[in-house]
Design a protein around this ligand. Sequence first.
Ligand SMILES: [Zn+2]
Length: 234
Amino acid sequence: MIGAEAKGPLPGEREARELIRSAGVVLSSEGLVQGTWGNLSVRLPGGFMAITPTGTDYLAMSVADIVIVDLETGEARGGKPSSEKDLHAEIYRRRSEVEAVIHTHSMSACTVASARREVPPILDDLAQIVGPSLRVADYALPGTPKMRKTVLRALRGRMAALMANHGAVALGRSMEEALVCARIVEKGCRAFVESEFLGGAKPINKVEAVLMHEVYLRKYSKKNLERSKSKEGG
Ligand SMILES: [Zn+2]
């Protein structure tokens, strides 16, 4: 059960609320989310997540607007969570390394998602951060169990995936990493579209792409991320 207000915030809740609020401003100012589209969340200890509320403008959102959701029961406290809360919860349940999830409808990601084209490893940073390809999850109606299933399948061994005719989802072992991932997805999709016009995208070797992703995950391991975070003093 989610603690009553009298019990006070969950461990890490205040930080998570602030992380989401500031990441929302960044995403909005960079044009990765428009208006109230898209949503973002952060894992909380003890089987919870903090997530953006439904239909809120990122630039107007305050930390108090962010909703706390129980990952098992889906029970929410403090408002109405994003309609994609079940997708976020499923990702946290199935991917223990994931600490932050960003869902965007960014322009180039939407273009590639509409064409339902898997993006090959055309850029080093795409291979490093996302993995050896950016898959497209089969189409399913938003908010349905089928959508959760197809997205989780497309995310296997990857830190991001496109959602057919919809948008993109980017994961991170921290909010900072999820933000980088969301940017790299948009950049990679744009480079893919444009290079197809320049005679066709030429991917790097798939084996090398797999290696690059593995090296990245190890080099920037969760432990290292935590170390650098504590060095920054928060
Ligand atoms: Zn969406």
